[in-house]
Design a protein around this ligand. Sequence first.
Ligand SMILES: Cc1ncc(COP(=O)(O)O)c(C=O)c1O
Length: 408
Amino acid sequence: MLGRGSVGKELDDKVFIIADRAKNAVHKYGRDNVINGTIGALYDEEEKLVNFQTVVETYKNLSSEDIFAYASGIEGTFEYKEAVKRIILGETYKKTYKNHFIDVVATPGGTGAIRNSLKNYLNPGEKILLPNLMWSPYKLMAEEVGGSYETYEIFDKNNEFNLAAFKIKVLELMEIQENVVIMINDPCHNPTGYSLTIKEWKDILNFLEECSKLKNIILLNDIAYMDFSQRNLKDYRELFKNLSENLLVIFLFSMSKSFTGYGLRAGAQLAISTNENIIEEFRKANKFSCRATWSNISRGAMTLLSRIVLEEKKYEELLREREGYKKLLRERADIFLKEAKEIDLEIYPYRDGFFVTIPVKNNIEKTVKKLEEKKIYTVVLAKEIRIGLCSIPKKKIYGLCKKIKECL
Ligand SMILES: Cc1ncc(COP(=O)(O)O)c(C=O)c1O
């Protein structure tokens, strides 16, 4: 019955199955006796979902019309687009990027931003370049739009970004493809928590500028966790100035983590270029995709974001609140990293963010079983386990490395 393109498609819901097992264990043994590292959202020290008060209060005070009416504009309201530009490029973006053209298209979550970008820049049959460790829905989305993917080893033997492996794969794709679409999930890479240094970013961009003399290079920059990074934003924002016209950078923004607005389903694509036509075609094609896929996004979510970001005092309140949770996340990470070092537990290089990832060299199924016997639940990847520091209270992080090591 299915159309030809859909035959055999089925979501591998391994992650949801483990998450369910974790929930059942909490029910059976009590919360204090279970470590649930499967969650990808921020939880407080009492293991309750964090909702930033600034966000909750602002949302509650929206009028019914602001929540229930259709939003104006398929590509997002003017205010929402302005707020997204300020978040990503800074309050003074007009001055910083004086000779640039910038546009924003509102999407349902970061997911919508990824999908729209793949739909409009990945040619059917072409491959997106992904790191070998990644947020796996990228692969599904590439497939969904008629493409596929290629991967490179993200880390070299010094546990730094593997520029050499990256370059080889980009050059290979350039040989066979019209467009080379590359996904970089930075900062706070999911699943490892790696964040590129400014030097690593410069090396990547210099190389891609060279490549763009020969082929169209589209760099998709997934910044879903950017607000949990310690990075100096001034240096970071400088990187994206005056890039060559054939290297298009599209930032993929999400309200899920930064505004604890996971279920509101709001995000955006932001494209920047020194060529007006490239931005004009970005706007037209992505707007078309919005209309053809989900129409416009939640008006309430857009109003919420712009009310906070465009009102100085409110935004400061939110930043203060978020800073507190960033600090908490840092403390959890510091406990984990210190103990991992003390007992020589190998982990992938972590710098910021929600997750840490541990390579599993032996039989991963046996390891997972042993972990679950100790009532520790993690997201199981190919040969790695991911632990969500975002949702585990500090008291449960103490001693966790030792328990994990015993199971490896
Ligand atoms: C790396 C990464 N990118 C994008 C997303 C998309 O998030 P959402 O669609 O909820 O905005 C997620 C969500 O977990 C993620 O981990």
